[in-house]
Design a protein around this ligand. Structure first.
Ligand SMILES: *[C@@H]1O[C@H](CO)[C@@H](O)[C@H](O)[C@H]1NC(C)=O
Ligand SMILES: *[C@@H]1O[C@H](CO)[C@@H](O)[C@H](O)[C@H]1NC(C)=O
Ligand SMILES: *[C@@H]1O[C@H](CO)[C@@H](O)[C@H](O)[C@H]1NC(C)=O
Length: 364
């Protein structure tokens, strides 16, 4: 056999191998999706463990335009990168891989809004990076003011919005009283109810005291108080929100998602290392799937309140899986050098939250 024949033969073989691989990959993808649809009815996506996966992260944070300086850990010198390489593996099925184009096509002509504190900002930012990585050349329009940021993907007619609200319920300035946190009042609901997908979150601010507490009094029913039990206040505000969901949201038009409590890592006792006072030395997740401290009390309040809602509400139950990620915070790798074991690096854990959000949106 001459060299030429051998070569064309190997070219043929190569083609055949590539072709077969492509077909197999395609059908594997289809079977995987079908399998996933079948499984997910019984599969709890929030129960599982973190596995090391070299194919992660889902995008390079350097190619994501304007990550906030609070979250851009690699840019601010974080030396390790293992925290980027963990994939959430549910116990009984696989999480569908995030498909940004599919996400945008499904939401064609629609609006999705994150409503809450800086944890919502954290997740919104991750979604921006995921979508930008999927459609880097898609034209976007960005608008923002202090209460609302909107990025519109023009080719898809999709708006991804962030509404800044620390407590969901209102804070109002009252003459001769001051700033009043009103546990029974949710005026912004009139804006939110016209959006197609709503992703709520509130928790971080409920225990704020001193100068960073953004209210002077708290109104509970017809009582105006200087302060009250914060967990009780949280429950009451959440109940106001729950009643609003049943009263004002049209479930045929709007999908409501509530994001579970995002945990922080300032207390090593929580993960079995008493004496540790922050996340600065953490480079690996907690191993195993049962976190020593158990769920935070606020997560039980969320469960209780969600159980009272008649309309469908999906709990994006990220609490337990995020508790395991003591390694995923910025710590001092942000523009302020301040110790932050509350928010999360982008790229990083919030990408998984968005994968779970995507799974929740495509499951019906
Ligand atoms: C959220 O997920 C955790 C871990 O799987 C579980 O223990 C908890 O019960 C879940 N909460 C709800 C309301 O399903
Ligand atoms: C922010 O922008 C939105 C939409 O453009 C607008 O409805 C709202 O009144 C603005 N809020 C402030 C505080 O300027
Ligand atoms: C973080 O914890 C380390 C050791 O646990 C300690 O040395 C350091 O002072 C802490 N940093 C801050 C800012 O709390």
């Amino acid at each position: 056999m001459g060299f030429g024949t051998q070569r064309s033969c190997s070219v043929l073989v190569t083609f055949f191998v590539i072709y077969t691989c492509l077909c197999l990959a395609n059908s594997a993808k289809n079977t995987q999706n079908v399998k996933w649809r079948k499984q997910q009815r019984s599969c709890n996506l929030y129960e599982g463990n973190w596995v090391f996966d070299f194919s992660y992260p889902l995008y390079d944070s350097q190619s994501c335009p304007h990550i906030r300086k609070e979250f851009d850990c690699q840019k601010y010198g974080r030396p390790d990168d293992f925290y980027l390489k963990y994939r959430w593996q549910p116990k009984e099925c696989d999480l569908p891989r995030f498909d940004g184009q599919d996400f945008l096509r499904r939401l064609h002509g629609k609006k999705i809004m994150f409503i809450g504190d800086s944890v919502s900002l954290n997740q919104w930012q991750s979604l921006m990076c995921l979508l930008h990585a999927a459609v880097p050349n898609s034209k976007t329009i960005e608008q923002s003011n202090e209460s609302l940021s909107i990025t519109t993907f023009q080719d898809y007619g999709v708006s991804v919005m962030l509404f800044n609200s620390h407590y969901l319920v209102d804070i109002e300035e009252e003459q001769e009283v001051g700033r009043v946190l009103k546990l029974d009042s949710l005026k912004n609901g009139d804006i939110w109810k016209d959006i197609d997908v709503l992703v709520f979150n509130t928790w971080l601010w409920w225990y704020r005291r001193g100068p960073s507490q953004p209210w002077d009094y708290i109104e509970d029913g017809n009582k105006v108080l200087k302060d009250m039990d914060r967990m009780v206040a949280f429950r009451k505000a959440l109940t106001t929100w729950a009643k609003w969901v049943d009263r004002d949201v049209d479930p045929t038009k709007t999908k409501v998602i509530f994001q579970g409590i995002s945990p922080s890592h300032y207390n090593g006792k929580d993960w079995g290392e008493p004496g540790v006072k922050n996340c600065s030395k953490e480079t690996e997740p907690f191993s195993g799937s049962t976190y020593p401290s158990g769920l935070p009390q606020a997560a039980y309040v969320v469960n209780d309140v969600l159980a009272t809602i008649q309309n469908p509400v999906h709990l994006l139950n990220i609490t337990a899986l995020s508790q395991l990620r003591k390694d995923a915070h910025p710590s001092s790798y942000n523009a302020f050098k301040g110790m932050d074991c509350t928010h999360w690096c982008v790229a990083g854990l919030p990408d998984t939250w968005n994968q779970l959000l995507y799974a929740a949106l495509i499951s019906n």
